[in-house]
Design a protein around this ligand. Structure first.
Ligand code: HEC
Length: 393
């Protein structure tokens, strides 16, 4: 009930249709209806009283949407940001997989939220005695409370109520015949307060019994079944094959985003790479800049900054062939990619340190060097035969 009644008239009826009729008639006559009570829902009474539609569905929608959004964000954050694990080859942000949790949380928050809103809106809270309503209103009596319209005689209205079939009609309120009815605004007594706080008190009392050390379990009732088995990738692991944590990828599988080397390390494969492998990347300024950076860092040690094979460790290292030679200029792109990846003869392969794209960037820089130094130096050392067996660096 919304309003406190400090002055009102009440009529008690024995039949629901009488209540309905009285409510309709008295409102039509201009009196203000405060409330109607009945032991069961009376059809048509909502309309007769002029109840506005409930706003609770909006509260329900708001709570449900909160559930929807938070369930999605939680799953997105855990599976995309915080702990991305590819499952069944699906994208990390797989909304269909999130739907069950989104649905559940929307329903849960919607239901709990609307119930909570109902309590707040109707000011329901724990009481230790039910509101003292009118005798029989929970059983076989139908009661209405109203205020007479301005200037209308209270006594006349009481008569009118009886006319409409009220078995009992009374005036309530401080300045009226009897005190206002007690509509349940009871205070919580000390016993009630003590009962409400009992769970909290018991919980507090139990705290000294708990383990203070967060690393130690309190009650080991599950014989350790819930205990995790933490392990780093390189730690020995008695549970997994070969006693190791990190396992090789299953046969015939390729990790997502992994580069697959299509050519072997033999000279024949180098020739085949020259024929079959094409440069997938555009030869741009940015590409050459990246290539130059890596070339100067890695290749220039032996091949020199211009590819004339006069790097700082020459001649301590067996002279590498000039990259400005007609032979090197004529190498197809795929061949040079293969040399960078797998090496050639005395030169070690750099596939383990240079990413596939970077190999093409180096090629672009090398081509620029070759264009700049168009005349190959006369004293270029004889290039080693491409078919020379590859030796370990
Ligand atoms: C440690 C010294 C060294 C480094 C560093 C090095 N190379 Fe070489 N490179 C050689 C030697 C030595 C040869 C000749 C190998 C053989 O055929 O026996 C060679 C051969 C080559 C060839 C073939 C030339 C030909 O005419 O046969 C190319 C192309 C080449 N290197 C490119 C590169 C590139 C690109 C890099 C950087 C990623 C690089 N090298 C890094 C020593 C080096």
């Amino acid at each position: 009930m919304r309003k406190r009644i400090d002055g009102a008239l009440t009529g008690v009826f024995a039949q629901p249709h009488e209540l309905l009729h009285a409510v309709t008639a008295l409102r039509a006559e201009g009196h203000e209806l405060i409330e109607a009570w009945s032991p069961f829902p009376v059809h048509g009474l909502d309309d007769a009283i002029g109840l506005r539609p409930s706003r609770l569905p909006w509260a329900c929608l708001a709570f449900a949407l909160t559930g929807t959004v938070s369930a999605y964000l939680l799953q997105w954050w855990t599976s995309v940001v915080s702990y991305p694990v590819i499952t069944g080859g699906k994208p990390l942000n797989s909304i269909p997989a999130f739907v069950p949790v989104i649905f559940e949380l929307s329903v849960l928050l919607g239901a709990l939220g609307v119930t909570f809103s109902l309590f707040v809106a109707s000011r329901l809270r724990p009481r230790f005695s039910p509101p003292g309503l009118f005798d029989g209103v929970n059983d076989d009596r139908f009661v209405l409370a109203l205020r007479p319209k301005h200037g209308y005689d209270r006594e006349k209205l009481l008569t009118r109520l009886r006319e409409l079939g009220a078995v009992e009609a009374r005036a309530w309120g401080a300045d009226h015949l009897e005190p206002a009815p007690d509509c349940g605004e009871r205070k919580l007594g000390p016993v009630g307060l003590a009962l409400i706080f009992t769970p909290a008190v018991l919980t507090l009392a139990a705290i000294p019994l708990l383990q203070r050390n967060g690393a130690v379990r309190n009650f080991d009732w599950d014989a350790g079944m819930l205990k995790g088995y933490p392990s780093t990738y390189d730690a020995p692991n008695a549970l997994l094959p070969a006693g190791q944590t990190m396992q090789p990828p299953p046969a015939f599988t390729l990790a997502r985003g992994a580069h697959q080397e299509l050519f072997g390390a033999t000279p024949a494969e180098a020739d085949r790479a020259g024929l079959e492998l094409t440069d997938p990347l555009p030869d741009t300024d940015a590409s050459r800049a990246r290539g130059k950076q890596l070339f100067n860092r890695i290749c220039a040690t032996c091949h020199g900054f211009e590819g004339r094979s006069d790097g700082p460790i020459i001649p301590k290292f067996p002279n590498p062939p000039s990259l400005q030679s007609t032979r090197a200029v004529a190498f197809p792109p795929g061949r040079i990619y293969h040399i960078i990846t797998h090496g050639q003869g005395l030169m070690k392969g750099w596939g383990d340190v240079i990413a596939p794209d970077d190999r093409w960037h180096i090629l672009h820089h090398l081509r620029a060097l070759q264009r700049a130094g168009a005349t190959p130096p006369a004293a270029a050392p004889a290039p080693a035969p491409a078919s020379a067996p590859r030796s370990a660096p």
